[in-house]
Design a protein around this ligand. Structure first.
Ligand SMILES: *Cc1c(COP(=O)(O)O)cnc(C)c1O
Length: 355
């Protein structure tokens, strides 16, 4: 039986699908988008007129607030297809709550839950052929909100647009990355927007990351802004360290994004009997562990790559390689998480959401 959606969403279908022109064997992450997009506008104090239209450019006034004051937040989530062609999302409630938490911090209005889920469901129903079966294949889903009101007064807007666009993704193996531990730059500060998925947080990371790239590092490990003594995040991912057999990661705070991958990996690790410590992680203890060989692994965690292993750390002009590990926690945890996402394993935490 077809799900009856309580929200009436006006759907305008694309005249032809682009899917035949897509080389699914050679996808570059985030470059190709599906045939349709979901749009809902906020005006006169209400979200209204949810609709699905063919994917394409927007027309906005050049003075739209998003271009000047950066009121923009986003989410990243994925849809997965199992061998029976059933489609699953992973903990989508978490993304829904987080986009509203991000919006609140940027003085933007909360998006209603029924619009979020009905819009998402209707869009994925249209785009289901873009979700390819096979471990590692997925449809990357990008909900976002921008301030559309015209006028450059420096105050929050009264008009917004919520949208969802989708991009087919394959498993990506970037290889081990070398990361530079930040000694000067910061991505977030106490009382700031670090916990929000705000577009501006990303904008501010590119310049220091480019400087790190000139020194041969692909990413930066962000440390706390006031002392640079504690490890916080790796690039745009949460960061984990394995010292001997204990997995360490920082507690979330107003500086650290509350990643869904991070908290899911913590639950899986506990269930697998891995010793886990969620506590402030000192740069000095990780460097000491790298020197004496007890630093066995380090990795970033986030929806796009799931787990991204770190092959070495740069700190105060010295490079500390991390030897690759047999039976790594990274591989174990990544497989356990993906087996749940792709309906290849029991789902003891009830994280899967079947469409
Ligand atoms: C999105 C994001 C993450 C990862 O969050 P997930 O919910 O696991 O995808 C981690 N850190 C930052 C800064 C992020 O923007």
């Amino acid at each position: 039986m077809k799900k009856v959606l309580p929200t009436s969403i006006e759907i305008t279908k694309a005249s032809a699908s682009k899917i035949g022109q897509v080389d699914f064997e050679n996808l570059n992450f985030g470059k190709i988008f599906t045939d349709h997009m979901f749009i809902c506008d906020y005006e006169d104090g209400v979200w209204q007129n949810p609709k699905i239209v063919p994917y394409g450019p927007l027309t906005l006034d050049p003075s739209a607030r998003v271009f000047h004051y950066g009121q923009a937040v986003f989410e990243g989530m994925k849809a997965y297809k199992d061998d029976q062609d059933d489609i699953y999302l992973f903990r989508p409630d978490e993304n829904f709550h987080r986009i509203n938490k991000s919006s609140e911090r940027l003085a933007m209005p909360a998006f209603p839950k029924d619009f979020f889920f009905d819009g998402l469901t209707a869009l994925l129903e249209l785009e289901k052929d873009w979700i390819k079966p096979g471990f590692g294949n997925s449809l990357y889903i990008r909900p976002f909100v921008i301030a559309t009101e015209a006028g450059v007064q420096a105050s929050e807007a009264n008009q917004y647009r919520f949208m969802i666009i989708c991009s087919p993704a394959a498993a990506y193996y970037s290889g081990d990355v070398n990361v530079l531990v930040a000694e000067k730059f910061s991505r977030s500060a106490n009382g700031g927007t670090g916990y929000a998925k705000a577009a501006g947080n990303y904008a501010a990371q590119f310049y220091p990351t480019n400087l790190a790239k000139q020194d041969g590092y692909q990413q930066i490990i962000w440390t706390d802004a006031s002392t640079h003594e504690y490890m916080e995040e790796a690039g745009t991912m949460n960061v984990f360290f394995r010292v001997n057999d204990t997995l360490l990661t920082a507690p979330t705070s107003d500086r650290i994004l509350d990643g869904i991958t991070r908290k899911s990996l913590l639950e899986i690790a506990k269930k697998e009997g891995i010793s886990v410590e969620v506590r402030p992680v000192k740069v000095s203890e990780i460097i000491a562990a790298a020197k004496d060989g007890s630093l066995k692994e380090a990795f970033g965690a986030g929806t796009a790559a799931v787990i991204s292993p770190i092959g070495g750390l740069g700190y105060q002009g010295t490079h500390y390689p991390i030897a690759s590990q047999e039976n790594s926690y990274a591989t174990r945890l990544k497989n356990a998480l993906m087996n749940i996402q792709y309906n290849k394993a029991e789902d003891p935490f009830e994280w899967r959401y079947k469409l």
